[in-house]
Design a protein around this ligand. Structure first.
Ligand code: N01
Length: 540
């Protein structure tokens, strides 16, 4: 075992300079801890640094998609639109990095390769792709839920001589696709946002769709100063109400079930939600995620909208999702998505009818014909939630690789800590509400919970903390049981790990609601952390 004294040492190493990592760093510094944050990109921003594809925009409204921890910050920042564009969010997060003077502790263009818990010293040894080797008491992953991008294995891909792009690794300098023949593979949130924008540039656009998705219009618009000011006057109260909700977002959560109202009232409610726009549609009735019949009515309403928008009935049918419940693949929010298929230079190719056979130097071949393409855009998603954590070689007690411990699915207590991985924390880890919520609300709750635990350890003169195995097992079972009571488990989605070949089919987030989860975390603290083991020094 190597000698710890030879390596630079920190109190904490944090991975990732997105919303989670930056706030974690800020809190660590407030505790007086020496921290090093490693970030693979050459700038801060995480998701919003990488996903620069045309049309990238958040589907949580601007006034809610921001930090709440600093009153002056939330009062001073001005948003320009109802839903923030990628560029504006990236400016905001850069502003935060400067405002709280975080940059000196951030090392960019550095990817963490491994972290080993060395039992003899009770410290983590962290190695990076830039040759750094440091030790730290605490190792904290803020690597993101949707940061390990996926490009599917496709025959002949390396033969393709045209431009190959991924929505989550869009070139910073932009790409000129004017007049080009462009193919897009994938119709999830990223594809649905970028397709209308690419259609404005491309000479010809072919959309390769495997599974159609449900999408609700954003009705994005400028955000008037007056509206912002009105919101800001009650900012803390709005934030508090959001934290007391299931998604951490101020949606209009229905109190009624679908069949408690008659057909006319139901349709009126769907229509009202459609006109309001956004993912609020998911909450039109309170049984939509648990009752297949209720869900089907809402789904059929959206299909009717698609049929009304798309003028070619055959294309409308192919764009209409069937065979899975609305919202069980993440509901998309768009600007002009379905209408884009009315444009004469936009073509929809149904991969279920004719799969891609192979790429060639000049395009790709499908079972029903060939396409000549100058550029291909992969909007094919991520190895979600666990991907970025598992891509690091994290070894806990007995040098056990976390990926091996998670071979049958991730295991973590409250999604925060893993038994046998002392002093290792995850922000928005598997088994926490994370991706089912306004992720910034979840991030703040996790970071504050971790910081409180570290302060507790200091007060109690404890050096090590780890989750116990039995509570972890119980939590993993509970997360699965909550999911089993919903329609989510009936669909092949990235929530279920189903988009990555060989990934265990496990519902990754905790679906019981942010408010309930946060209360459980508070109970753990109030009871004196009964499901964790503390130790004052290095183990024998
Ligand atoms: O990825 P996805 P995404 N051949 O996994 C298809 C967040 N986000 O980047 O459904 C052909 O949803 C795949 O098809 P199928 C948000 O949480 C938020 O779009 O597996 N097609 C699917 O259509 C979102 O849910 C925002 O059959 C293949 C697509 O690629 C999450 O990120 C914006 C294929 C992947 O869709 C991920 O969204 C953007 C193959 N071999 C993203 N493999 C907002 O805030 C995959 N596909 C608005």
């Amino acid at each position: 075992m190597s000698n710890t004294s030879a390596s630079p040492s920190y109190d904490a190493v944090v991975v990732g300079a997105g919303f989670a990592g930056l706030y974690m760093l800020h809190k660590l510094r407030q505790l007086g801890l020496r921290a090093r944050l490693y970030e693979a990109g050459d700038g801060v921003g995480g998701t919003w640094f990488w996903n620069r594809y045309p049309g990238a925009r958040c589907d949580v409204e601007s006034m809610q998609y921001s930090y709440s921890f600093d009153e002056a910050l939330q009062q001073e920042w001005q948003w320009s639109e109802r839903y923030p564009a990628q560029r504006e969010i990236l400016s905001y997060i850069n502003h935060v990095a400067d405002r709280f003077a975080l940059r000196p502790d951030i090392q960019l263009e550095t990817r963490v390769l491994s972290a080993d818990f060395e039992e003899a010293h009770a410290r983590w040894r962290v190695r990076t792709d830039q040759g750094d080797e440091v030790t730290a008491q605490f190792f904290i992953s803020a690597a993101g839920c949707l940061s390990a991008a996926r490009t599917p294995d496709m025959a002949g891909l390396d033969d393709f001589a045209g431009l190959r792009l991924h929505t989550s690794a869009w070139p910073q300098e932009g790409v000129d696709l004017r007049g080009k023949r462009v193919g897009v593979i994938g119709t999830g949130s990223s594809g649905i946002q970028t397709i209308p924008q690419l259609a404005q540039q491309a000479g010809q656009l072919v959309v390769f769709q495997r599974t159609p998705n449900f999408s609700i219009p954003a009705w994005n618009r400028p955000l008037p100063e007056q509206e912002q000011q009105a919101w800001k006057q009650n900012y803390q109260a709005h934030r508090e109400r959001a934290r007391n909700s299931r998604s951490g977002i101020l949606y209009d959560y229905a109190q009624r079930a679908t069949f408690e109202v008659d057909e006319a009232e139901r349709q009126a409610e769907y229509e009202r939600r459609w006109r309001k726009g956004g993912a609020n549609f998911n909450h039109c009735f309170n049984d939509i995620f648990v009752n297949a019949k209720s869900n089907e009515l809402a789904a059929e309403f959206v299909r009717e909208k698609i049929r009304a928008i798309v003028t070619d009935p055959e294309a409308a049918e192919r764009l209409s999702p069937k065979g899975y419940a609305l919202g069980t693949k993440r509901l998309c929010v768009d600007t002009d998505y379905y209408a884009t298929f009315n444009l004469p230079h936009v073509q929809l190719h149904d991969l279920q009818a004719a799969p891609i056979e192979r790429f060639t130097a000049t395009g790709l071949q499908t079972a029903s014909g060939d396409y000549a393409l100058d550029a291909v855009v992969f909007a094919t998603g991520f190895d979600a939630v666990t991907g970025a954590i598992e891509r690091m070689e994290i070894r806990g007690r007995q040098q056990r690789l976390l990926k091996d411990k998670w071979a049958a699915g991730p295991r973590a207590y409250l999604g925060l800590m893993v038994a046998d991985y002392p002093n290792f924390f995850m922000v928005t880890g598997p088994g926490s509400p994370s991706i089912l919520t306004n992720v910034i609300v979840s991030i703040e709750q996790h970071v504050e919970w971790i910081a409180e635990l570290l302060a507790h350890m200091r007060a109690q003169q404890q050096q090590l903390v780890e989750a116990q195995t039995e509570p972890e097992d119980r939590w993993v079972r509970h997360v699965a049981q909550v999911a089993e009571g919903t329609l989510f488990t009936t669909t092949n989605s990235w929530y279920m790990g189903a988009n990555v070949p060989g990934k265990p089919r496990v519902f990754l987030p905790y679906g019981g609601g942010f408010h309930i989860y946060a209360a459980l975390c508070r109970e753990e603290v109030a009871a004196g952390y009964p499901h964790f083991t503390f130790s004052p020094g290095t183990p024998a």
